[in-house]
Design a protein around this ligand. Structure first.
Ligand code: HEM
Length: 117
């Protein structure tokens, strides 16, 4: 989605970065009450939208739409795992956090069929 990736060497905060360098932010997990975590990229604990100058420009739109989307899904469907097993939260070894086993969910409509048109 990045419109203008940096194609040349550049300098930021005193660091010289060569063109083509892959850059990863090392987000440290600090134990805070989840409701105190700022998702707008301010405190580096959880940055689903990135941070700084290149932070996701869709962030405000996403904040408006996500609760409605989630509420609609929860209102319209029962969620379960295929064999009713607990969700396996084991993490795979990777640069970013991914699941060791893919997450599978079974959604069952629980409202009258006409409401899903
Ligand atoms: C839950 C929803 C979303 C999440 C979690 C998300 C996450 C992200 C992340 C992590 C980045 C990279 C930021 C960085 O490099 O520092 C990004 C970039 C971007 N996002 Fe989103 N995004 C979401 C929704 C949206 C929406 C709704 C739009 C547009 C309507 C959008 C448009 C963009 C664009 C254009 C960029 C590139 C910005 C740039 O490179 O300067 N995103 N997003």
């Amino acid at each position: 989605m990045r419109l203008y990736p940096s194609m040349e060497d550049c300098t930021g905060s005193g660091y010289h970065v060569r063109a083509g360098t892959q850059h990863f932010v090392n987000a440290l997990k600090v134990d805070h009450d989840p409701k105190d975590i700022d998702l707008r990229g301010q405190n580096f604990e959880l940055m689903p939208f990135g941070s700084g100058r290149r932070i996701c420009p869709g962030i405000s739109f996403a904040f408006q739409v996500m609760p409605l989307t989630l509420a609609s899904l929860l209102r319209g469907f029962d969620f379960a795992t295929p064999l009713d097993e607990l969700v396996d939260m084991e993490e795979a070894k990777s640069l970013i956090i991914t699941r060791a086993t893919p997450f599978k969910a079974l959604l069952t409509p629980h409202l009258s069929a006409s409401l899903y048109d």
